[in-house]
Every structure is written in structure tokens, then in C-alpha cells.
Design a protein around this ligand. Structure first.
Ligand SMILES: C[S@@+](CC[C@H](N)C(=O)[O-])C[C@H]1O[C@@H](n2cnc3c(N)ncnc32)[C@H](O)[C@@H]1O
Length: 336
């Protein structure tokens, strides 16, 4: 479960909202891109500051209805775009003073509650998992890819230690019948060496499938890279993650861009060492006890941020190389 949660009292809680507002300082005005609009918690709060503008992005067209009030009230200050955030560099920014880009990764409560999407292992519906603007569904992944490919997806995107056994049992079972959500949960349950006491047995495999179906690795990698390209100097990139794989990518990105690097082998070192981002803290910001009490699923949230100090070309090469293996696993989808 992710940042924007309607918790048991069905109230909407955008995770780490106050912390984000104090980082981006909307009272000073400027344009902000809310890359993951969802229920619009962040956009709505930023727009309360009169000198701000918000460009909201969400790949799920259903989230546009959550933007209807903002679209009528703030015609000149708010825009909603049904796009993927990896394409953030293709937006028509018209010399906007871009002060911040915010990512709140994963899926929203309404997405997981919609059983047709098959995002939850409690769902009785078909395997789907598409968040919006997709090329294939989880049904095709589970019923078409071969055993080795499924094993790689489960191992690297889910970090599940029983990946091999689960993928073998999927291949065996799908010869009898097409696998749907309840059947997949049943296969995972009987394949597990020991029952997981803390989380549901299927958590990691469902996470892996969701990441693969929505190409979340390249979305995150290119979302971050392209944000740096379009941000004004002094502007902030803020990212809220919910699992270790996402956090590892974000942590490495901020660390690597905030270290001095050679920009060209032709210059002497004293003008050749530059960094792009400034980190205020290496440690992530976590939700307070009070926030977790009010909104349980926020407990796994981690917020990292940095601000842009300067820019130079080809900064992304090292970052892409570092996660090349994950990008290769993502490209197994070409077989579908
Ligand atoms: C956790 S919710 C965001 C909640 C939001 N912060 C709020 O306050 O309501 C994540 C949203 O991001 C969207 N999303 C996820 N990956 C995306 C991507 N690559 N591009 C655009 N939107 C994406 C999902 O469709 C979902 O609506």
C-alpha cells in the first residue's frame, strides 16, 4: 500500500505532507510538478499558496476525476495531464519557474480497492495490475513468459527467496488452466517453504508483477533523470518510496549526483569536478509516530530529497549503468 491512503476511517491522508511543504516552500511561489497526482493531496495543499502553479501528472485516467474541483477553481494555476512521469522532459513548460518535482511512488488506495485491477492478492478478479498507459497485463506475464523469465522477475523485482519453486509451479499449473488471482495466491502459498508471519505470503510476488507490468524501474530511473534536466537551479526533487528496491534506486541517484564528478577528460581537474545536486541529509525522512498511528500504511514510507545546484550533460550514464541488470529484466516484456 502506498502514500495516499484512505485509512480505516476512509479519510484521505497524503503521506509526509508537512515535511514536503517545508522542503519545497510553496509560500515563495513558483511552479511545481506533482508527478503522481492520485487523490491530489499534495497538489491541493500547494495550491493553497497563492503564488503557486501546479502541473499534475497521473498515468491513471481515473485519477482525473479527483482533479475536477481543482480544474474549475484554478483554471490558470492548475493543469492535469494523463501521462507517465518518465516523459516529464517532454512537457510544454513555457518558461515556467520550476521550483519542485514531487514523486509519491506506487499506487493509490482507490486503485488497490478496484478488484478489476487485480492489484491486491485479496482480489477475486483477473490478474491485471495495469495502472494506466500499459502495453500488457499481469495475466499475459504469468500465462506466457517461460519459467526462467518469471524466476528472474520474482527474484529481482520481488526479492522473494522462493522464486524458483513458485515459477516452476506456475508453469505446471498453467498447463491445466489459465491462472487468475486466487489461483496465483494458492500456488504461492503451497510453494512457500515457511509461512510468513509478518506479511502475506504473496506480497513480494505481487510487488514484482506490478513493477514489471508498469515498467516501474525505467519509469523511476528516467523520471529522476528527466526531472534534473528540466528543474530550475535551486529547485527540489522530492521522492517518497515504499519498498527497498525503489529506495535503493533513489538513494543511489541522489548520492551519485551529489558527489563531485569529472565532466570531461579534456579539462584540468580544478574546473573539471562538479556536482549537480546538493543533499541536506543522507538519511531518509520517516513519518512520525503520530502520522503512523493516524495512517498505518505510511509506516514503510521514506522521503529523500535534494536540490539542483548546476547542470552538465551526460550525468546519467553511471546511474543507468548501475541499474542495467534491472532494466534488462524489464525488457523481457519484449517477448510478450
Ligand atoms: C501513491 S499515489 C499518489 C497519491 C498522491 N500523492 C495523493 O496525495 O493523493 C500514486 C499515483 O501515482 C500514479 N503513478 C504511478 N506511477 C506513475 C508513473 N510512472 N507516471 C504517472 N503516474 C504514476 C498512480 O496511478 C497513482 O495514482
Amino acid at each position: 500500500m502506498n502514500a495516499t491512503i484512505l485509512s480505516s476511517d476512509e479519510k484521505h491522508y497524503p503521506v509526509l505532507l508537512n515535511e514536503i511543504l517545508s522542503i519545497i516552500s510553496p509560500q515563495n511561489g513558483g511552479t511545481f510538478i506533482d508527478c503522481t497526482f492520485g487523490h491530489g493531496g499534495y497538489s491541493r495543499s500547494i495550491l493553497k499558496y497563492p503564488k503557486t502553479k501546479v502541473i499534475a501528472i497521473d498515468r491513471d485516467i481515473n485519477s482525473k476525476k479527483n482533479a475536477s474541483d481543482l480544474l474549475t477553481i484554478n483554471k490558470t494555476r492548475f493543469k492535469f495531464l494523463n501521462k507517465k512521469f518518465s516523459e516529464i522532459d517532454k512537457l510544454d513548460l513555457n518558461n515556467e519557474n520550476l521550483r519542485g518535482v514531487i514523486f509519491d511512488l506506487g499506487f493509490s488506495f482507490s486503485q488497490i480497492k478496484n478488484s478489476d485491477r487485480g492489484l491486491s492478492f485479496h482480489s477475486k478478479g483477473p490478474l491485471d495490475m495495469r495502472m494506466g498507459i500499459n502495453e500488457f497485463s499481469a495475466d499475459e506475464v504469468i500465462n506466457k513468459l517461460d519459467q526462467k523469465d518469471l524466476e528472474l522477475i520474482f527474484k529481482y523485482f520481488g526479492e522473494d527467496s522462493d522464486s524458483k519453486k513458485i515459477s516452476k509451479n506456475i508453469i505446471r499449473e498453467r498447463k491445466k488452466n489459465r491462472i487468475n488471482t486466487p489461483k496465483l495466491v494458492e500456488i504461492i502459498n503451497y510453494s512457500k517453504k515457511k509461512n510468513n508471519k509478518k506479511t502475506h505470503n504473496a506480497t513480494k510476488i505481487f510487488q514484482a508483477l506490478r513493477i514489471f507490468v508498469n515498467k516501474e524501474i525505467s519509469e523511476l530511473i528516467y523520471g529522476l533523470i528527466n526531472s534534473v534536466k528540466i528543474l530550475e537551479k535551486g529547485g527540489f526533487i522530492v521522492v517518497v518510496t515504499f519498498h527497498s528496491l525503489e529506495d535503493r534506486i533513489v538513494k543511489y541517484f541522489f548520492k551519485s549526483l551529489s558527489e563531485k564528478k569529472k565532466i570531461s577528460r579534456y579539462y584540468p581537474d580544478f574546473i573539471n569536478q562538479k556536482k549537480i545536486l546538493e543533499l541536506s541529509t543522507k538519511k531518509p525522512i520517516l513519518p512520525s509516530e503520530t502520522e503512523i498511528k493516524k495512517n498505518q500504511p505510511s509506516r514503510s514510507a521514506k522521503l529523500r530529497y535534494a536540490n539542483k545546484i548546476q547542470f552538465f550533460e551526460n550525468f546519467e550514464e553511471d546511474f543507468i549503468k548501475k541499474f542495467q541488470n534491472l532494466l534488462q529484466i524489464e525488457s523481457l516484456s519484449k517477448k510478450l
